[in-house]
Design a protein around this ligand. Structure first.
Ligand code: NAP
Length: 270
């Protein structure tokens, strides 16, 4: 389309009024920032998190700002939990138009200390959880015939291992990337767009405890060395990711599917 007076106004393209959105792991960090931006754009947001008390606080925060938010306790690794969460979501939200698969864990352990159970746990939360939530959500999207949008929070680790002890995590996020592409191919005919975001290092509660608060000398040194490789010279904020999620969820990204957007301040190019 050329530039015509019939072009859809920008404010309509970014408007999510009337849309229902699930954000897994939305109680804190990147998930909370995404929940906030989607709600701000008018979506009815359901925060689905294993941590019910934090999820409740998060939904109360959004409501305080006048936005539509609810919460549910859900462990994305448990198929029954996911099934029930999606059923509840349909009745609470009316429809599920947007799913953000954000729940994730990133424990660090050297290969020779990692048990099969350790490895499996990471794959279950990060990869299986993404699959399960998508698999049950697309039923509603397909039945309603209004299309939909799935955003998977991957990581730069999906394309480039940046530190040691992250083999399970890197494998899980590489899997999320390929799952994203495969789902995009299969769900395209139903007008369901599926994309992934690859955050670099983002300041969240999770990453700070992962770094042990960076109190030990060796961790501080590693953190400094990591930041020195970021072209923009700083770690990201959760909202840096949320803004891109909002873009992908909106009609601004109406012709984007099967893609990975790297949001790392230029870490990978350094
Ligand atoms: P975070 O601060 O640890 O928050 C993650 C949330 O997910 C927490 O509320 C957590 O609850 C919840 N959660 C964990 N396991 C769950 C499960 N099985 N079912 C449902 N909810 C679960 O994490 P974040 O740093 O915001 O990261 C969010 C996502 O971005 C993850 O997928 C992560 O891999 C990805 N990412 C983060 C970074 C970064 O630098 N922060 C970089 C690249 C990618 P609990 O606290 O109770 O466990």
């Amino acid at each position: 389309m050329g530039l015509t007076q019939e072009s859809i106004p920008l404010k309509n393209l970014i408007n999510l009024a009337g849309k229902g959105a699930i954000v897994t792991g939305g109680a804190m960090g990147i998930g909370l920032a995404i929940s906030y931006r989607l709600a701000e754009a008018g979506a009815r947001v359901l925060i689905a998190d294993i941590n019910a008390s934090e999820a409740q606080k998060a939904s109360a925060k959004l409501k305080y700002y006048g936005y539509s938010a609810q919460f549910l306790k859900c462990d994305v690794t448990q198929e029954e939990d996911v099934k029930n969460m999606v059923t509840d979501a349909v009745s609470k939200l009316g429809s599920i138009d947007i799913l953000v698969n954000n729940a994730g864990v990133y424990p660090r352990k050297p290969l020779d200390e990692m048990t099969g159970e350790d490895f499996e746990r990471v794959i279950l939360v990060n990869l299986m959880g993404t699959f399960l939530c998508s698999r049950y959500t697309i039923r509603d999207m397909i039945e309603k015939r209004q299309g939909g949008c799935i955003i998977n929070i991957a990581s730069i680790e999906a394309v480039h291992p940046s530190s040691t002890g992250m083999s399970a995590y890197d494998a899980s996020k590489g899997g999320v990337l390929m799952l994203t592409k495969s789902m995009a191919r299969e769900l395209g005919p139903h007008s369901i767009r599926v994309n992934a975001i690859a955050p670099g290092s983002i300041k969240t509660q999770g990453i700070l405890s992962h770094m042990g608060g960076a109190q030990e000398k060796s961790q501080l040194k590693e953190l400094k060395s990591f930041i020195s490789r970021i072209a923009l010279g700083r770690m990201g904020d959760a909202d840096d990711i949320a803004r891109v999620a909002l873009f992908l969820a909106s009609d601004l990204a109406g012709y984007i599917t099967g893609d990975l957007i790297v949001v790392d301040g230029g870490y990978l190019v350094s």
